[in-house]
Design a protein around this ligand. Structure first.
Ligand code: NI
Length: 250
């Protein structure tokens, strides 16, 4: 199984070796980590160069929109050229804490979609309380494909993204008792799903309240198997194929 989206940093984990070892022991073959601030991009590139099972996507998170300069975007492009990254992200729009810098967010999002298009890389999309704008900006880039990471919208929204060529990232939220995400899973089926933890956040049930890590991917797979009434093996095989194809993993 592949954890298609998480964050690994020494800030969150005392022992990164152990985090990766535990993931491999629980049946995870590959982990895609995401560096989405200037600092975490540097750290993520370093971690991925140290482990053959770790792949990396890089891109500035919408929460960085006020900080990122033209020079920072040039630096990102240099990093894209210099390192074997598998995608751009997580990038997108986040209106959860307000819309004061909406234009900066949109500008940063578009600039990074341009890079994805230029370098033929998939994108990992973060969209929070911003579905309409996210869809309309992605439609400006019909050649770009990617992953709607940590999807939490309606089944109708999921189907729109899929019709645009995107995959849907399903994480620990699907295991929460009060979550309606099962309706999305039922509707879209296994061929559009990517497994992800978004660790260190969003730890699946029954471990909510503790730090998340890739070793919990089987809990998410199990829940999806349950919802779709298929075997865990099938969830594992098909989501691995989905991720391998989208991110062109070797
Ligand atoms: Ni994330």
């Amino acid at each position: 199984m592949i954890d298609t989206h998480c964050h690994i940093s020494i800030e969150d984990y005392d022992d990164i070796d152990l985090v990766i070892k535990e993931a491999l022991e629980s049946g995870i073959s590959k982990i895609i980590i995401s560096g989405c601030t200037k600092e975490s991009i540097v750290e993520s590139l370093k971690i991925s160069s140290n482990y053959s099972c770790i792949y990396v996507t890089i891109g500035y998170h919408p929460s960085e929109a006020d900080l990122i300069t033209t020079d920072d975007l040039l630096l990102l492009e240099k990093q894209i050229q210099s390192f074997p990254i598998v995608g751009i992200g997580e990038i997108g729009l986040d209106y959860h804490y307000g819309k004061e810098n909406i234009n900066k967010q949109k500008n940063l999002f578009r600039k990074q979609l341009e890079l994805a298009e230029k370098y033929h890389l998939p994108v990992v999309i973060h969209s929070r309380d911003a579905t309409e704008d996210t869809i309309s900006i992605l439609k400006e880039f019909p050649n770009v494909k990617g992953d709607i990471h940590c999807f939490s919208g309606s089944k109708e929204t999921a189907k729109i993204y899929i019709s645009m060529g995107y995959m849907i990232g399903i994480g620990g939220v699907v295991t929460f008792k009060n979550s309606n995400l099962y309706k999305v899973v039922e509707e879209i089926g296994i061929h559009s799903i990517l497994l992800e933890t978004d660790a260190p956040y969003l730890t699946p049930s029954p471990y909510r309240g503790t730090i998340n890590s890739s070793k919990y991917i089987p809990l998410i797979a199990e829940k999806i198997a349950d919802i779709l009434n298929i075997s865990i093996q099938e969830v594992s095989d098909i989501t691995t194929e989905n991720a391998t194809r989208l991110f062109d993993l070797k």
